[in-house]
Design a protein around this ligand. Structure first.
Ligand SMILES: Cc1cc2nc3c(=O)[nH]c(=O)nc-3n(C[C@H](O)[C@H](O)[C@H](O)COP(=O)(O)OP(=O)(O)OC[C@H]3O[C@@H](n4cnc5c(N)ncnc54)[C@H](O)[C@@H]3O)c2cc1C
Length: 388
């Protein structure tokens, strides 16, 4: 370390889970000889990133992690500068020059596209537009969402697709006690949508849903959930041929089997999960009216297209197939993430969370990620300085 008893100035960009867990790791790493003055910079007027604008309103327990963030923010070495955007109000070069360490925790907020014909039609939205609309993100208050059709299609087989489908499928009175955006609740109360179909292009055994979320589906009071038993039986047959079946996969398939076999309530609201269905074209005159799928099959462990197709008449398509990081001056993007080697970007600049590893893992994953990055930073501070 260059001198003893030094306070290093740290800038963390992004007030989401990764940003807060980075601040916490710096706070925990402090010793008598080493301390950090942390400035967190956030483009929005409010902190907490996707805990505020991503996590579904009917999952309030998950949002209680914000209590941890509040505790971190109360430490005397922490300051939050909200309404300041990196790349617009301040440059990465300025931050690099003014701080000893810069950690980018700016997430991944651009919804990935399918790249098929018709994706530009009205009422074809990405989850990166639809989710923040119902979660009061200031950039998405004006998003045009039309819920006048009877059937909606959600593309993707992960928890974000499930959140989107569930918000469309449940009786909106179940959202009354939540923090869902008022404008969205008003629209959902007038929604004509009664059938929601989630389509994944691979098999049940490849789905990225997690078991606790799947297990919650049969508990929905006003919605019947359907999965074709045959698709689950076929998947069970395929995975029984594997040398080893991971516990998570076993739990997922079991949760899906229970949904498939569950006695239905015969209510008007229906949520169906369809596997091995790959969207190939969205049709409509200005606005989405139909989506065409190729039927896939699993052959020799690989997912391949068959000659069969089917289509669904729909007035709303939401794609939930992942997120990429947004580029700003001073960083480059590689495979949707800020280019980095194990969290190091260049010089005194580091990256963590979704901006580092892409849109995977739960909120807690950002904690271990941020701990690793702070370990890396502290190691580098111990190294003798070379001129850059
Ligand atoms: C729809 C959805 C639902 C989810 N539900 C769950 C769940 O139920 N349970 C769970 O464990 N995980 C859930 N997750 C995952 C979880 O939200 C992420 O793991 C986590 O938020 C990633 O943290 P992050 O800090 O990297 O990114 P983010 O949470 O996106 O935070 C990034 C922050 O950086 C800010 N920012 C971006 N660019 C700039 C800039 N240029 N200048 C300044 N600030 C900037 C953003 O405004 C934001 O506040 C969900 C994710 C999504 C998308």
């Amino acid at each position: 370390m260059s001198s003893k008893y030094k306070t290093y100035k740290v800038a963390i960009i992004g007030a989401g889970p990764a940003g807060y867990f980075t601040a916490q790791a710096f706070q925990k790493a402090q010793t008598y000889e080493l301390s950090f003055a942390i400035d967190m910079i956030e483009r929005l007027p409010t902190p907490w990133g996707l805990v505020r604008s991503g996590v579904a309103p009917d999952h309030p327990k998950i949002k209680t992690v914000s209590k941890v963030f509040e505790k971190i923010a109360k430490e005397p070495n922490f300051r939050l500068f909200a309404n300041v955007e990196l790349g617009k109000d301040i440059s990465l070069k300025d931050l690099r020059d003014q701080y000893d360490v810069v950690v980018l925790a700016t997430g991944a907020s651009k919804g990935r596209k399918l790249g098929i014909k018709g994706e530009g039609l009205a009422n074809v939205l990405t989850s990166a537009e639809f989710v923040p609309w119902y979660n009061s993100h200031p950039d998405y208050v004006q998003t045009q969402v039309d819920l006048s059709c009877d059937t909606a299609v959600v593309i993707g087989a992960g928890n974000v697709a499930m959140d989107v489908a569930r918000i469309l499928a449940i009786d909106p009175i179940e959202l009354d006690p939540t923090d869902v955006a008022e404008h969205a609740l008003a629209k959902l109360k007038q929604s004509n949508i009664r059938t929601i179909i989630i389509c994944g292009r691979r098999g049940p055994e490849h789905a990225a849903f997690t078991a606790p979320e799947l297990r919650d589906l049969p508990k929905l009071e006003n919605t019947d959930v359907f999965i074709d038993s045959k698709q689950i039986e076929d998947a069970i047959k395929r995975i029984s041929e594997l040398d080893e079946i991971e516990k998570d996969l076993k739990n997922n398939i079991e949760a899906m089997r229970l949904i498939a076999e569950q006695q239905k309530k015969a209510v008007a609201r229906k949520l169906e999960i369809k596997f091995l269905s790959a969207p190939v074209e969205i049709k409509g005159d200005g606005k989405v009216a139909e989506i065409v799928f190729t039927v896939n099959k699993v052959e020799g462990g690989k997912v391949v297209a068959t000659k069969d197709t089917f289509s669904v008449k729909t007035g709303l398509v939401v794609t939930a197939i992942g997120y990429d990081s947004i580029e700003y001056p001073g960083v480059s993007i590689e495979s949707g993430r800020i280019s980095n080697i194990a969290g190091h970007v260049e010089h005194n600049v580091y990256v963590t969370g979704w901006a580092k590893r892409g849109p995977t893992g739960v909120i807690g994953t950002n904690k271990s990620d941020s701990n690793d990055v702070v370990d890396l930073v502290i190691e580098s501070l111990k190294e003798p300085k070379t001129s850059e």
